[in-house]
Design a protein. Structure first.
Length: 728
């Protein structure tokens, strides 16, 4: 029989069936297409790819650490999240999580059907709520899906769980879970949780700490040790430790020991240390890497901050400002750096960052304010460069200078007195104003601004804006700039810029930026001759040079130490400063009010800022050997007359002046002999020096007369009740 004769009847029947049931077949096809389309539209269309679980595509917080790897702050947009490899997570943290969340994690697939059955039995029979989701399901639910409780979301969860298990091995899934699961608030992942709750890296967690953290994802708010029921956290921790014992992860002894362990939680308030410094560093990072990278790139930033010094400085500022309430002083600030490396060791931007009444969030170390007399050492440094010396005499007498507006600028001293002849050492040491203004007149404003700029002060942008008051603090600067400039003196003339960041790593641990401090300041930029820096430092460290205004035992003296220091107070009493340094530290302090209202009865630098400076510097130098100022080559010491600054007569006959020793840069030391008593014309009525054109009532007398650096003559021995200027 032919095959065609057998198939022909069957084909006829098939055609007849298709013709008869054509509409039914079309319906089936449309139903299948519709089901596929609906499934795609409602389930698969917007289904995220499991590859998004990888840390390289997930936003991570940037962490800012101090120099000893202590976390100061985490910067993030929505989630405080930092990825670490599974190898950096303690085995006990992994086991605690598996024990309480998914004990058969390594033995089942994406979905644990036995777990689902156990969950249903527990819910229906025991009336106990028990989850049946695997770690993989929890991972995709929290990282890829919305928290909505719907059947559709559950379907998506299961699909993604299977896809995830197909792509990643179990260890990788556990790693992603521990890095992405929420631990409360904006805290995601075990590394961020460890830092928030215990102030340590996850790798350093103990068994007891691991068990507590493992209990948070189930109910982060309820189980939090900082919640309204902290006992729930302890109860959950004990439950997890019991599970770990039952599943043979730990011994009975380990379990009992962990339960008894007293946990030390980090202070949870605000979760930021050294806020002014941290936000200063954040701004620097954003300027260089952009806001998105800083908030989502997972940078690891190691800074130069020393948390112990920071804490001490903050406490000193706070306590001193509290004591100054009666002086209408509401705020204070301090800065500590290592001048040889430029590292910022402490930055206290205000008494209290969180005090809104004083605008505490404003960082005074970055604010433009007038420095008062603390700017004077730069002016005198220019004078030394130009050949003037620590023995150069200035007549501290009333004087006025013409200005560009055809007016008179008549500076006065802080104490309201005139002191006659003062040499540079004592004029600077006692911070007398008139000699400083005369020094600037001789130097020129442009020269002072150029030197200040070379030393790190860039705020003096337009020289024509400033007059002779610049040396008394007439131009605004920042504390950061001033600390850089004082660092030049500390470094014997070499400038080292400030470096608050030591190292930056990306989210894979690769170093993308690192600061290697120079082995010596001489690797910096030389901006002052060593001799100039030495003489300024020696004057500022000379307690005898400031006796007139500060006395023998002021806050500027550090017992058994050699420290150079200068104060500054603005004429309107709005700013009060102290800057001091050794080769190891520069310390700056400030007191005042953010709203620029004047303080009351603040003495010249020693009532407000100086005690703060003194306490911080004393703390830093405790148990350290004194570090005398090293005299560089090219500096000689020479005996000079204590008034004129000239040399005494070699044979001692023509001049009986009192003498002292002074340091000089070779070539600038005086060679003229002090003339001693001279015959001068004296007004018989006033007993003062007669005016040049005066002829009546004049007689010649032997008087001691000194001509200062500006050729102003002053009669030392004339019997006037107070110093009187001549030849103005």
């Amino acid at each position: 029989m032919k095959v065609s004769s057998i198939l022909r009847p069957k084909l006829k029947k098939l055609k007849k069936f298709r013709k008869k049931h054509a509409w039914f077949l079309l319906f089936i096809v449309l139903l299948i297409v519709g089901f596929i389309g609906t499934t795609y539209f409602f389930i698969l269309k917007d289904l995220p790819l499991p590859t998004r679980l990888n840390s390289s595509t997930t936003p991570q917080a940037t962490q800012i650490f101090d120099r000893d790897q202590k976390l100061l702050y985490s910067i993030y947009s929505n989630k405080n999240q930092t990825f670490i490899p599974l190898s950096a997570i303690p085995k006990q943290m992994q086991e605690a999580t598996i024990a309480i969340e998914d004990k058969d994690f390594y033995n089942h697939g994406a979905v644990d059907f036995r777990g689902i059955f156990r969950s249903l039995v527990s819910i229906i029979i025991r009336k106990e709520l028990q989850g049946g989701s695997t770690l993989t399901q929890q991972l995709v639910k929290n990282s890829l899906l919305t928290p909505e409780q719907t059947i559709l979301r559950k379907i998506k969860e299961v699909i993604l769980a299977f896809a995830t298990e197909a792509i990643y091995p179990k260890d990788k899934i556990l790693e992603m879970y521990l890095n992405q699961i929420p631990y409360g608030g904006t805290t995601y992942g075990v590394e961020a949780a460890s830092q928030i709750f215990f102030g340590k890296k996850a790798r350093d967690l103990t068994l007891a700490e691991s068990a507590l953290l493992a209990g948070l994802p189930e109910a982060p708010t309820t189980n939090s040790p900082f919640g309204s029921h902290p006992e729930f956290a302890k109860k959950r921790q004990e439950e997890i430790l019991n599970k770990m014992f039952e599943q043979k992860y730990i011994t009975l002894k380990q379990k009992d020991s962990a339960i008894k362990e007293t946990l030390k939680f980090q202070k949870f308030f605000n979760n930021i240390s050294a806020p002014h410094f941290v936000l200063y560093v954040k701004d620097l990072l954003i300027k260089k890497y952009g806001e998105k990278m800083v908030e989502e790139g997972g940078l690891q930033v190691v800074t130069s901050l020393d948390s112990k010094i920071q804490e001490e400085a903050q406490n000193v500022v706070t306590e001193n400002i509290d004591r100054l309430r009666g002086y209408h002083v509401t705020n204070g600030s301090a800065l500590v750096t290592n001048p040889a490396t430029g590292e910022i060791l402490a930055m206290v931007g205000s008494k209290d960052y969180f005090d809104e009444k004083i605008d505490g969030n404003v960082n005074i170390t970055l604010a433009l304010r007038q420095p008062g007399s603390s700017i004077k050492p730069i002016n005198y440094a220019v004078g030394l460069i130009k050949g003037y010396t620590g023995a150069t005499a200035f007549a501290d007498v009333p004087i006025c200078f013409p200005t560009v507006e055809d007016k008179q600028y008549c500076p006065v001293n802080y104490d309201g007195k005139w002191h006659g002849i003062l040499q540079m050492r004592y004029a600077l040491g006692n911070s007398i104003n008139i000699p400083a203004v005369k020094m600037l007149k001789l130097n020129g404003v442009d020269a002072m601004i150029a030197t200040a700029s070379a030393m790190g002060i860039t705020s003096f942008s337009e020289p024509e804006r400033y007059g002779l008051s610049l040396t008394l603090g007439g131009g605004e600067v920042t504390m950061l700039e001033m600390v850089t400039a004082y660092g030049v003196f500390a470094n014997n003339g070499y400038r080292i810029n400030l470096h608050p960041i030591l190292k930056i790593m990306d989210n894979h641990g690769k170093v993308i930026e690192e600061y290697n401090p120079p082995p010596s300041p001489i690797f910096g930029k030389k901006v002052l001759p060593e001799g100039v820096s030495f003489i300024i430092s020696d004057i500022l460290a000379d307690n005898n040079a400031r006796l007139l205004e500060f006395g023998p035992s002021s806050s500027l003296k550090i017992a058994n130490q050699t420290v150079s220091v200068k104060t500054g107070t603005t004429n309107d009493f709005r700013d009060n400063w102290t800057f001091g340094y050794t080769p190891e530290y520069v310390v700056a302090s400030w007191v005042g009010n953010n709203d620029n209202t004047p303080m009351n009865n603040i003495a010249s630098g020693i009532t407000g800022a100086a005690p703060i400076w003194h306490e911080i510097m004393t703390y830093l130098l405790k148990d350290k050997s004194p570090h005398p100022i090293s005299r560089p080559p090219g500096i000689i010491q020479k005996k000079v007359c204590s008034l004129s600054g000239l040399i005494p007569s070699p044979d001692g006959t023509s001049n009986r002046c009192e003498t002292r020793f002074e340091y000089f840069i070779v070539g600038t030391d005086p060679w003229r002999v002090d003339p001693g008593l001279q015959k001068v014309r004296v007004d018989k009525t006033t007993q003062d020096l007669a005016a040049p054109n005066q002829t009546d009532n004049v007689e010649e007398k032997d008087e001691l007369v000194v001509t200062d650096a500006t050729n102003q003559t002053y009669c030392v021995t004339c019997p006037h009740p107070s110093p009187t200027p001549v030849n103005q």
